[in-house]
Design a protein around this ligand. Structure first.
Ligand code: GRF
Length: 203
């Protein structure tokens, strides 16, 4: 499925876990889509997403952050080297659980997207679903944003909402939001690859 010859934008996807968002992104890039996947990279050698990517025929790479201990610059240099070999036009963070510094984000500025499971600017960081429930919010959701040096803080290019229902736990809410993530991220990527950065609201 990895057809990156010539006319298509090249997309690298970074994952740390199961990679369900990565799968929906890869599967969306067919037919008249302006982009094709060129690489799935993980900082976790046994991430489930790597197996799924291989099964989909996408080239994979691993840059294990544990090899770099506290050397964040060294980790990001290795990450950049692996990415540069794949020559991506766009990078999609999809459940990539490492904080990236300004050195990395400025290099890929305007070319890097992330999906975050909250209605940004609410609930940057971790435990988003529990925080939304604890706050008594009526709605949760997910956001796709451009990646900048501010964690989960770049310009928002897509958002989808779901209701928070009585009796919801972080797990039931996460499952409801994930359904929307799988719709939102491919829809945003398609527009982004066509240079449309206007805000997409799905629900
Ligand atoms: C998603 O909820 C994503 O928004 C969050 O981590 C989860 C990754 O899931 N940052 P998957 O690896 O795409 O299945």
């Amino acid at each position: 499925m990895s057809d990156t010859g010539g006319t298509h934008k090249r997309v690298a996807i970074l994952v740390s876990g199961g990679g369900s968002n990565m799968v929906t992104l890869v599967k969306s890039m067919t037919g008249d889509h302006p982009a094709r996947p060129c690489l799935v990279l993980s900082n976790v050698p046994d991430a489930g997403g790597l197996t799924k990517a291989r099964d989909l025929g996408i080239p994979t790479a691993v840059v294990d952050h544990r090899d770099f201990k506290d050397d964040r610059a060294g980790f990001e240099a290795a990450l950049n080297a692996a990415l540069e070999r794949a020559r991506p036009d766009i990078i999609c963070l999809a459940g990539f659980m490492r904080i990236l510094t300004e050195t990395f984000t400025s290099k890929w500025s305007g070319r890097c997207l992330n999906i975050h499971p909250s209605l940004l600017p609410k609930y940057k960081g971790l435990h988003t679903h529990q925080r939304a429930i604890d706050a008594g919010d009526a709605e949760g959701g997910c956001s796709v944003h451009e990646v900048t040096a501010e964690l989960d803080g770049g310009p928002i290019v897509g958002q989808a909402r779901v209701p928070i229902l009585p009796g919801d736990t972080a797990d039931t809410l996460a499952a409801r939001v994930l359904v929307q993530e799988h719709l939102l991220y491919p829809a945003v990527l398609r527009r982004f690859a066509s240079d449309d950065r206007s805000l997409l609201r799905l629900s």
